[in-house]
Design a protein around this ligand. Structure first.
Ligand SMILES: *[C@@H]1O[C@H](CO)[C@@H](O)[C@H](O)[C@H]1NC(C)=O
Length: 476
């Protein structure tokens, strides 16, 4: 009994001293007289800010606590934007300006979200580290990125990163941009932990096993962990076929982003990141993969002068960053990139030969696959090496007079009788000399010109030894 009372008194004293400290700090306001911001101006800014962001505080204590956080953040913003000139990014009084960094971290980047790297059961890693890339790319302009969403006070960034990547690949393959349900992942995916965190790879795996995922509009976001609605779980509106991890390197990540929006893990826990409002971020954050605590989506890249950046979609609403986006510096010396953005990238896969929404008049019918083993037989009298494709060079009335060879296996022969395109970029942009994945794309790979097929006259038919000698030559 006595013991308990002692505890109570101690508690009371502690509480009173905390309260006293808070009130006295608030009353002194000496810290507000800092770099020209007066007490009155600080309060005024806070009131304006609260109004702009629709903040209403339940009680006076709460408001005072928020005001103190706000003033501290105001100092940080002033110091970093005005007194440190050469920072590549700006911080400001955004939607998180009334939170101190500890509580921000607790809610938005809890360490438990991505502490360990998911075990991957034998998925292929996309190890391609060099590829043809345009100078810049913005998937938003290609209509495959939904609007910025807001996870609210739930540690569900992983679900937003996952849906973003699936929305992207689905739109690229089918032409339909469908906003997908994070809530289904939070409620139904038991391999992840809802508002307590998760992994994008686990979410992709779950969607594959479930046979698809429902739309945002049918299974909307609540920001709370709920009971899985099995009726909605049965609605498999969008499917994916698989997923792959990207090798943790700048080059591999770039090659992946050229194909589709990519899920990445980052360290997003610093005050600098919390208050980010614009510019190319190269600020406070860890580039150690073990410090990854947040998940976002890369939707493109670009350059400003000599500084290169990723275009990154976050899930903190449009009142953070640049309308919800951040540019993160790329091409640095850091092995895992700024904020470890290269370290944990992955993406869902979907067959790209699904019915294309952009029927293009320039798509020629795919050539009949060369029937003979090797070399490829073109008509009766010519042939191409086994790893090339026969495409007609001179055609009349559906009859090919002169055959050419394309330097791709199972290539697409473009309708102009000059170019050919690889199988995975099947749409010929004859004017641009490009091969595209969708006819609306602005980027692709260069189309290749056909070379004249070798002639095989009837009298050489029996000379098999000569043919196989030539075959060896081609391969060397
Ligand atoms: C689940 O979804 C169905 C159909 O959308 C709805 O009618 C039902 O009320 C939901 N169940 C629960 C438990 O919310």
């Amino acid at each position: 009994m006595g013991q308990r009372r002692y505890n109570c008194i101690l508690l009371l004293i502690t509480f009173a001293s905390i309260l006293g400290l808070t009130v006295s700090t608030l009353n002194e306001f000496s810290i507000i007289n800092y770099k020209g911001i007066s007490e009155g101006r600080g309060l005024e800014l806070f009131e304006q800010w609260a109004k702009k962001h629709g903040k209403v505080y339940g009680c006076m204590e709460e408001k005072e606590k928020r005001l103190l956080n706000f003033i501290e953040n105001l100092h940080y913003v002033l110091e970093n934007n005005i007194y440190v000139k050469d920072s590549g990014h700006q911080v400001g009084l955004n939607v998180f300006a009334d939170m101190n960094n500890d509580e921000f971290k607790e809610i938005y980047t809890p360490k438990r979200i991505m502490k360990k790297k998911p075990k991957l059961g034998g998925e292929r890693r996309a190890s391609k580290v060099s590829c043809e890339t345009p100078m810049s790319l913005d998937w938003r302009k290609k209509g495959v990125v939904t609007g910025v969403k807001n996870q609210g006070q739930c540690g569900s960034c992983w679900s937003f990163s996952s849906t973003g990547a699936m929305e992207g690949i689905n739109a690229i393959c089918t032409g339909d941009l469908i906003s997908l349900s994070e809530q289904e992942l939070i409620d139904c995916d038991t391999t992840n932990e809802g508002c307590d965190g998760g992994y994008m790879d686990y979410a992709f795996e779950w969607v594959i096993n479930n046979g698809g995922i429902d739309s945002e509009s049918d299974y909307p976001y609540t920001g709370l962990e709920g009971v899985c609605n099995v009726t909605k779980e049965e609605i498999k509106l969008v499917t994916i076929d698989g997923y792959e991890d990207v090798d943790p390197s700048e080059g591999a990540l770039l090659c992946a982003v050229v194909k589709q929006p990519i899920s990445v893990g980052i360290d997003g826990s610093s005050l600098d990141f919390q208050l980010y409002t614009g510019g190319i971020y190269d600020g406070d954050c860890s580039s150690n993969p073990n410090d990854i605590d947040h998940a976002v989506l890369i939707v493109g890249y670009g350059s400003q002068g000599s500084t290169d950046y990723w275009i990154v979609k976050n899930s903190w609403g449009t009142s953070w960053g640049m309308e919800g986006y951040i540019y993160i510096k790329r091409n640095t010396e850091l092995p895992y990139g700024v904020c470890a953005i290269n370290a944990m990238a992955s993406y869902p896969t979907k067959q790209s030969y699904a019915p294309t929404p952009y029927p293009s008049p320039t798509i020629p019918p795919p050539p009949p696959p060369p029937p003979s083993p090797s070399p490829s037989q073109c008509g009766d009298f010519s042939f191409c090496p086994s790893d090339e494709t026969c495409c007609c060079l001179v055609e009349f009335s559906n009859y090919c007079f002169v055959y050419g060879c394309c330097l791709y296996e199972n290539a697409v022969c473009c309708a102009n009788n000059i170019y050919c395109c690889p199988q995975d970029y099947p749409i010929c942009d004859v004017e641009g000399g490009l091969c595209l994945q969708n006819s609306a794309d602005k980027i692709g790979v260069a189309a290749k010109k056909r070379t004249l097929a070798k002639h095989k006259f009837p009298w050489t038919k029996s000379k098999e030894t000569l043919n196989s000698d030539e075959l060896l030559l081609w391969k060397s």
